[in-house]
Design a protein. Sequence first.
Length: 489
Amino acid sequence: MNLSNIDPTTITPEMLGTLLVNIFCPKTEVIKESTRILKSYFKLRESIGPLLSYATGSPDIRVRLLACICLKKRLIKHWTAQEAVFKISTKEALLSAFLSETDAKVRENVAYVIGTLASLLIPNNEWPEIFAFITAKCQSSNPLELDQGVLLLYAICDELGKGLEPFISPIIELLNKLIAIKANQTLTVKTINAILNSNISEDSLMKVIALLPHVLQITLTSPDNTSLLHEIFDSFSDLVYIPKLLVPYLPTLIEIALSIAENKENGNDLRNIVLAFIEFAVNTKAKLIRKDKKMLTRIIDVAFKIVTENEDEHEEDEETPVTSALYLLQAYALKIPNRIIYSLIMERCDAFIKSPEPRLRKAALMILGATCKGIELALKKDLDSVLDVALKCAKDESVKVQEACFKTLYDFTDCIPQGFSKHYSKVLPVLLAEIGNKPDQLKIKILIVLETFCEHLSKEEISPYLKPLLQLLIFYVDSSQMSVSYTHL
């Protein structure tokens, strides 16, 4: 077939089949030209019939799969322009293909096409028989039919969104039956999760949340539960902002999340998701969390433990559990009253900073910097002694600890400038004395601290240090020994 001058309006079903097969051709130019022609052809309402035929009847698995994907994207757009007879035959063809399809991936994509079409028709009561069809399959004693029913239920719940509202009660009844007989548990959980993300009313959400104990039991005992846990905690991170919704289950959810987060064998993505959930929980459920001292203590302990991990094991631009744990501690310092949170943070920081292990000293400094804004009121009385300890770390034997020290001093200048700047007579001499002894990466960090710190000093406060500061800056401007951002100078 000559692809250079094909008019999309003249494409026959046979030509469409050739173009779909061309997508799997090893020649890039053929793929490119066929894709261009198909894009133009799919803009025509007449494309839906032939595309449906290939999705439901092509002997080539690759073509059936590709046709399903293309059909899902374009069926809604062209549906209203189709004849009534074609609409009826399309629904019948899709259900028939779904039941007879032998390839699991293709069957899954046929289900998604049905789900997409259902999202348009069900709200207008134009496909009332679909739920009866699903219910019959979900109640079948035949394992294949049962799996088919669960898959189709998931596809429709995933696509229907707010349109699920009138059907929540019968769907929940059906899900309870599926849970009881342990039918395709992974897909059952994914269906429940899809409903939780469907923008239904809070009253309906409360009914779905009642399934949560079953969801957790299934998920935690599933052999390959990582993706499921990722999905459901991603949903919980949004749902936790709805008042009262997760309250009965919050302690259980937080404990599960903590167990996942502290296990280094879990992937960073999953650990970050559950740490974010615990962080978001305190934004709306701080009163509940602070009343449970045991739970709050456990949260702080796990977060401290995670901050001690070695970040060098991760990619440079990768968000690590260490970063997520610091965000968590920052949120708890801001939301939990100082009379409760301050001692929990400071007691652990004090123990860490005295440790012979550099990773613990580094963690203490990082946590002080992350939480200083939240604990500012209680910290005022101890800031002088805290600074004494922190400034000693500027001479620590570990470069990582020194780096954390200067980052913490920057956090102090940025987050609690008024209280911190009063200690200029203690801070500036140390920074000026230490900058000459440090490697370039630490020199830059000290300059950043100096830049931010000096912004908050009055003329009288900075005057005694003006000469050494200017000498220092002029030296580095003239020096070719260090690569440094001139912004900070």
